[in-house]
Write a protein that binds this ligand. Structure first.
Ligand SMILES: [Zn+2]
Length: 263
């Protein structure tokens, strides 16, 4: 008998905190989660697992990054009325503790001159932040996003719905027709679900990753070569961000962002 067991990453919501997002280049609300590794046997979780760290997901750009949970005064369970309130409750020293960083972000936003080293650092940073997200996401065998999950649920519900409909009829021919229709819809549902799963990663890149990279890089005005050089380094390290992200597409996304700003 084959025993299926292994380790699974789990995350548990802790609450909201304020911190600097290096993609948005602003202080933003972050939803904080604890990350733990649990053991599973036949895909059933055993125990609560050991907490290995904390991450925060920016509520504006949806990009996550590790957080030092101990530095926050507290976390808020519900959305605060204002960002100012969230800052004062969770991270009131942020203007002082991140003074230099905030000064840099102001300079970047105003498109002021930066030293070569500083500019290189700030162009590389979004890739450093996003790379672990892609490793985690693309490293998993199958990840259902909302679209493929919804399609799968509808496919599973079809036989039940048609069974209910067939109960209203006595005529065997009508019942047989309903069964054939149910089978056809289930086959279509399976095909649609498989197609959605196949494109899950691409949708994730289009919806979250490319817009985030464009947003963060736009004020630094990187050249195609700047981006290619960074991505080649990741490619040589066999990391997904180097293999799956296209430098030309980032430039296109930056241009689209600029066009939409002036509309
Ligand atoms: Zn952000």
């Amino acid at each position: 008998m084959m025993i299926i067991w292994g380790k699974t990453r789990r995350q548990k919501r802790i609450g909201l905190v304020a911190d600097i997002c290096s993609i948005c280049r602003e202080i933003r609300p972050f939803e904080m989660f604890s990350i733990s590794i649990t053991r599973h046997l036949y895909y059933f979780t055993i125990g609560h697992g050991k907490t290995i760290g904390f991450i925060g997901v920016c509520q504006e750009c949806s990009i996550e990054r590790p957080l030092n949970a101990q530095k926050y005064h507290k976390t808020l369970y519900k959305d605060p009325e204002t960002l100012r309130h969230l800052i004062s409750e969770t991270n009131p020293d942020i203007y002082e503790s991140h003074k230099i960083r905030l000064e840099f972000e102001d300079k970047i936003k105003r498109k002021e001159y930066l030293d070569k080293d500083d500019r290189d650092y700030f162009i590389s940073e979004p890739f450093v932040v996003i790379s672990p997200m892609l490793e985690e996401r693309f490293g998993e065998s199958t990840k259902f996003d909302k679209k493929s999950g919804r399609s799968c649920a509808i496919t599973l519900a079809i036989p039940f719905v048609f069974l209910c409909i067939s109960m209203f009829f006595i005529n065997q021919m009508i019942i047989d027709t309903i069964k054939i229709l149910a089978a056809i819809f289930v086959i279509i549902g399976i095909i649609v679900t498989v197609v959605f799963i196949f494109f899950t990663h691409r949708r994730y890149l289009d919806r979250i990753i490319y817009p985030a990279l464009a947003k963060s890089l736009d004020p630094l005005n990187p050249s195609l070569d700047d981006i290619k050089t960074i991505l080649d380094r990741y490619k040589n390290l066999d990391l997904y961000i180097g293999k799956r992200i296209d430098s030309k597409r980032i430039i296109e996304e930056i241009n689209e962002l600029r066009t939409s700003k002036y509309k």
